[in-house]
Design a protein around this ligand. Structure first.
Ligand SMILES: [Zn+2]
Length: 118
């Protein structure tokens, strides 16, 4: 896609939106050689993502999270957590104890929300 000639399309409804619209990058697969392209969300679909996330009771665990994901997480009291030393994260309420797979344990990847309700 040539960023210099056209605006991105919303990944949900297909309408053109702006480059500074909300976006996310999904997790790739083991066979991928590089990360996926960002998916953009127009303002209407951004709001719909928040509504869907609240109905689902969980934001999506994207590799790069959207502002809609962050808003759902904030409302649900979730934070980004990752296995220590990893670049990716998932939404959690509490850090899990170390286990056989992630021996070194988990850490918070995002600061505690400030000013929000607990
Ligand atoms: Zn849209």
């Amino acid at each position: 896609m040539s960023r210099w000639y056209t605006n991105p399309r919303c990944s949900d409804c297909g309408l053109f939106t702006s480059w500074d619209a909300d976006s996310y990058v999904p997790f790739g697969g083991a066979e991928d050689t590089e990360p996926d392209d960002p998916r953009y969300l127009c303002p209407k679909c951004h709001e719909q993502e928040i509504a869907d996330g609240m109905e689902r009771g969980r934001p999506w665990d994207h590799w790069v999270k959207s502002d809609a994901d962050r808003e759902v997480a904030r409302r649900l009291g979730l934070r980004e957590a990752r296995p220590k030393g990893c670049a990716w994260s998932v939404w959690m309420k509490e850090l899990p104890p170390p286990n056989d797979i992630y021996r070194s344990g988990w850490e918070w990847a995002s600061p505690a929300s400030s000013g929000g309700k607990r």
